[in-house]
Design a binder for this molecule. Structure first.
Ligand code: FES
Ligand code: FES
Length: 157
């Protein structure tokens, strides 16, 4: 049996706890312990951004983040954006812009976009393109994703 460590953290606004193997990644903790499947395992090497989550408001590749590092942190995934009244601003913007094709990259893109967005700050296409350098999409050609994030930033400014 792998050695396990007790951790407690805030997950999408709720206090949670789990006993996680020391070798588990944050992505595995999300998937296995909390049934959250939006963050995806693709490269597993920090190269594609499919596994992007926010840790204390900062985007991280959860495939490379040790699960034990979640202890005491504030963790956000796409599942936490659902308000009960529907999709949030970013999700709406992705749909409106037609920025989703197969959808595999979308949760990571949305969380990276959430990290880039700051209230009152209007992002340019250049800002967004630089901010998405670690997120790979094999379907869209990126233009519509950039359109969506620029449009969402207009809504927050
Ligand atoms: S799966 Fe984590 S960066 Fe690719
Ligand atoms: S929509 Fe298919 S990989 Fe981005």
């Amino acid at each position: 049996m792998p050695h396990k460590v007790d951790i407690a953290f805030t997950l999408n606004g709720r206090p949670v706890a789990a006993a996680v193997p020391v070798s588990a990644s944050a992505l595995q903790v999300m998937n296995r312990d909390f049934d959250l499947t939006s963050a995806k395992l693709a490269c597993g090497e920090g190269e594609c951004g499919a596994c992007t989550i926010l840790l204390d408001g900062v985007s991280r590749n959860s495939c490379l983040t040790p699960g034990v590092d979640l202890d005491g942190r504030d963790v956000e995934t796409v599942e936490g954006l659902w308000t009960g009244n529907g999709m949030d601003l970013l999700q709406d913007a992705f749909v409106e812009a037609g920025a989703v094709q197969c959808g595999f990259c979308t949760p990571g893109m949305v969380m990276q976009a959430k990290f880039l967005l700051a209230p009152g700050k209007k992002l340019t296409r250049d800002h967004v393109l630089r901010g998405l350098e670690g997120n790979v999409c094999r379907c869209t050609g990126y233009h519509k994703i950039v359109d969506a994030i620029v449009a969402a930033s207009g809504e927050t400014s």
